[in-house]
Design a protein around this ligand. Structure first.
Ligand code: NAD
Length: 498
């Protein structure tokens, strides 16, 4: 069995006092062990980062961008290998793993343009003979703590921008699927990134706490569940760091009476059940507006769900694979039982699903609930599995209120042919990312990603200009070049450019 280790100062190391199991969710078997690191491991990574970062920050941005270009080519070269490893540890189907990697690569493409992005601002003659200019400089050493569900995309969201802007970056990936982050870091090394600029430290809470408390780490980017996000945010900020912490989600899809229901059902099937629902931008709640819409939608959803194929990650015909762990499967199934106990109508029950030849795999069949209400815990909480809940709304106002009042505010979608309704919805809804006839409105890399309410703590989003803002700080210089003659008397009032 392989052990997955850290990548510190360009070298891999797998010696540790503690290890965690890494499963293959398809078979349910332990396939590897991951090192669970300590503060001493982090100290080594920080020392290497401190040694390398000033030189990297002083490297001109064009040269830093060239590393990004080479890295992109290397990831494309190794796409198949990366996707297979990703699927074998996560459980998502291969095509979806390729998408996971591709969405991360798109942030790298943005980073290829970093010289342009880092150009500053300049005012000639802000006062007599005085010029003012501002520019952004890296923070020094940043860290990222990432979830299991996008082991390529999310590490690349963070590391790409952090490195391109001149920082050293230390990644603590999820201990559930830690191989791909190390493989990506190795490809960065092959692309010419100096040792110490991108390092991977493996671990669990012990390593996270060491990162949050480390005085040499200036900024922490976190993505994961909301309680942990809030904890990371509070502890990191208390230690004087800049922190952005993205949390959980419960995204709603509003279906207006005029929507094209065949298209909606197509979109919903992928958005609710793709990746077994383990996406923060999944669409696990559908809100038909009006009883007639609800009945028509339900009638179309039932056969669409019956046609879904659950299979192993390598099955090219499978729509989705297993969930990540046995514990997560049990949690999803307990939410299904809770939904029944709370009085929702269980229309399709995905519990007890087994795949022939893979009986120990962590599969959950697609599940549909109707008549879910806002009072139910299964509505209020994130299930993060292949479970779609129908919450019926009487009218547009009620439909806007549902996602707006929910504790999470990551993504939301409206399906309609009415431009006015869509525009009203997008401007009024209390959610950070909105789709109009787009079920999973993950913004492209040169825009930025971030939810509202308990879906994100801190005030900057991931990637795009928001990411650049997060990983840099502004310096503003006010300068003049006197001609040598002494001008004016000493001034004891606040200088103005009057
Ligand atoms: P998680 O919160 O369990 O883990 C995320 C990270 O935190 C991991 O690296 C883990 O090692 C670490 N961690 C776990 N428990 C900790 C603790 N007690 N103290 C300190 N660190 C701890 O999340 P997950 O299960 O890996 O990922 C799924 C969650 O992530 C879902 O809630 C999903 O909605 C969310 N997510 C959000 C976004 C977003 O952008 N908003 C994107 C993807 C996933």
């Amino acid at each position: 069995m392989d052990d997955i280790g850290h990548l510190i100062a360009g070298a891999t190391g797998t010696k540790a006092a503690r290890y965690g199991d890494v499963f293959d969710p398809n078979s349910g078997k332990v396939q590897k062990r991951v090192v669970l690191g300590t503060k001493a491991d982090l100290d080594q990574a920080v020392a290497a980062a401190q040694a390398a970062q000033p030189g990297w920050a002083a490297t001109n941005p064009q040269r830093r961008a060239r590393v990004m270009f080479r890295f992109k080519e290397l990831v494309e070269r190794d796409m198949d290998k990366l996707a297979h490893v990703l699927s074998s540890e996560h459980g998502k189907v291969i095509a979806d793993s390729r998408g996971d990697i591709q969405r991360g690569l798109e942030v790298i493409e943005f980073c290829c343009g970093i010289p342009h992005v880092l150009k500053g601002e300049f005012t000639l003659g802000a006062g007599p003979g005085i010029d003012v200019w501002s520019f952004r400089q890296p923070l020094g050493i940043g860290a990222g703590i990432t979830p299991f569900n996008f082991p390529a995309m999310i590490p690349l969201w963070m590391s790409g921008v952090a490195i391109a802007t001149g920082n050293a970056f230390i990644l603590k990936p999820s201990e559930r699927d830690p191989s791909v982050p190390v493989m990506l870091a190795e490809l960065f090394k092959e692309a010419g990134l100096p040792d110490g600029i991108l390092q991977v430290v493996q671990g669990d809470k012990e390593m996270v706490d060491a990162i949050l408390d480390h005085p040499a780490i200036s900024a922490v980017s976190f993505v994961g569940s909301s309680d942990i996000a809030h904890y990371v945010y509070s502890r990191g900020v208390a230690a004087g760091k800049r922190v952005q912490a993205m949390g959980g989600a419960k995204n709603h899809g509003i279906v207006m009476p005029d929507a094209d229901l065949d298209q909606v059902v197509n979109d919903l099937a992928g958005a609710a059940f793709g990746s077994a629902g383990e996406r923060c931008m999944a669409l696990p709640v559908v809100v038909p507006v009006g009883e007639d819409t609800a009945e028509r939608l339900k009638a179309k959803l039932i056969p669409a769900i019956a046609a879904l194929r659950v299979g192993v990650s390598t099955d090219p015909d499978a729509h989705y694979g297993p969930v990540v762990t046995a514990a997560h499967k049990a949690k999803i199934e307990s939410y299904i039982q809770m939904g029944v106990d709370e009085g929702a109508e269980l229309v399709v029950d995905g519990r007890g699903f087994t795949l022939q030849g893979h009986e120990q795999g962590f599969y959950v069949g697609p599940t549909l609930f109707d008549h879910v209400t806002t009072a139910m815990t299964t509505y209020q909480e994130e299930i993060f599995g292949p479970v779609l809940q129908i919450v019926r709304a009487k009218n547009f106002e009620e439909a806007v209120a549902l996602p707006s009042k929910h504790q999470y505010g990551n993504g939301v979608a409206i399906f309609t042919r009415n431009g006015h309704a869509a525009r009203e919805f997008a401007s009024r809804v209390n959610v950070g990312m909105v789709g109009i006839n787009v079920p999973i409105p993950v913004p492209v890399a040169y825009h930025s990603f971030g939810g509202w309410k308990r879906s994100a703590f801190g005030d900057t989003n991931q990637h795009g200009m928001e990411g650049v803002k997060f990983w840099t700080r502004v310096k503003t210089v006010t300068g003049r070049w006197p001609d040598g003659s002494v001008q004016g008397d000493s001034s004891f009032v606040i200088p103005t450019m009057g």
